[in-house]
Design a protein around this ligand. Structure first.
Ligand code: UTP
Length: 298
């Protein structure tokens, strides 16, 4: 047992979110809402449940309302308290972080995920840290990042959340070549960004949850462009593996939704609506009625 001390998380949110245009012209993708919580809130709640104490956003122009979202709302809270709306008051209070718990840095140009993470280097210092992409929402009994923090406490090194994808989808992911293992954790031998199915070493894909060690910044500093001309986090992790550092893939327990795509976002909306205690039964009836109508029309 090496002990885990993952206190800081980076949330790279400086991307353009082009797949949701025109909405993302004015609303950051991370503020798009699954039922009643924006994507960023799911990520923050997961991080908090995993013991994260410092939340670092890598933002860009046009994302100030994302920072405002986590600010205190004294007038709103007072009004809800006055009207006895306890549940809503609690929900609003959960969005507020203590002063000093949140920090943000700007990524001036969207040069890639690796570059976004590098922008936060001065706020990380010399300790392991998490990276969470709010696009990836994971529904699980134990929060995905918490599972990973526990693995990191056992293994040390870097831990990457992984899941099997359809072989024809490898071009959308970082793909892992792992040493054989019986459990959920496997040492990574190689990592490749967005390989063609014919060149992919497996169909084990990286999703947007990482625990990394600060030496990754040495590799990111080189600013080497990779797939799509972007500075890729995957390439810096590959360089670490080449140096002999320990990197582990972790097949997390839970269901991941790719909320960076419209189809994934809609699937997550349905899943979270069905799971909602106030909404679930009514929404279930509605879905059944829709399916029955479609069948009758065939
Ligand atoms: P995506 O690849 O989903 O890009 O980034 P995007 O711009 O958000 O969305 P599309 O593809 O145009 O629709 C994955 C994550 O990395 C962040 C994004 O904000 C998102 O959380 N990112 C990406 C940055 O912060 N900076 C970058 O330069 C690139």
């Amino acid at each position: 047992m090496t002990g885990s001390n993952v206190r800081k998380a980076i949330f790279p949110v400086a991307g353009l979110g082009t797949r949701f245009l025109p909405a993302t012209k004015a609303v950051p993708k991370e503020l798009l809402t699954l039922v009643d919580r924006p994507l960023i809130q799911y990520a923050m709640d997961e991080a908090r449940d995993a013991g994260i104490e410092q939340f670092i956003f890598v933002t860009s122009r046009g994302k100030t309302n994302l920072e405002d979202y986590f600010d205190a709302a004294p007038e709103l809270e007072a009004s809800l308290a006055e009207r006895g709306k306890k549940r809503l008051l609690e929900a609003v209070r959960r969005t507020t972080l203590d002063a000093g718990q949140i920090a943000s840095v700007r990524q001036h140009r969207p040069l890639g995920l690796g570059h976004a993470v590098w922008c936060a280097r001065h706020l990380i210092g010399d300790e392991p840290f998490a990276v969470m992409l709010p696009d990836d929402v994971v529904a699980s009994a134990k929060p995905c990042l918490k599972q990973m923090v526990e693995v990191h406490a056992e293994t040390g090194g870097s831990v990457i959340a992984a899941m099997e994808v359809a072989p024809e989808q490898t071009e959308s992911y970082g793909i892992l070549d792992v040493m054989s293992s019986t459990g959920r954790v496997a040492p990574v031998r190689r990592i490749v960004e967005k390989p063609k199915p014919s060149e992919a070493p497996s169909n084990l894909a990286v999703i947007g949850r990482y625990i990394l060690t600060p030496d990754i910044f040495d590799h990111l500093s080189a600013g080497t462009r990779g797939a799509g001309g972007e500075i890729q986090l995957t390439d810096a992790i590959a360089a670490e593996i080449d140096e002999g550092r320990n990197v582990f893939a972790y097949r997390f327990s839970g269901q991941r939704f790719d909320c960076g795509s419209k189809a994934g976002f809609l699937q997550a909306t349905v899943a979270f609506a069905l799971a909602d205690p106030d909404l679930g039964a009514e929404f279930d009836d509605y879905l059944h009625a829709v399916i029955a109508m479609r069948k009758a029309a065939e």
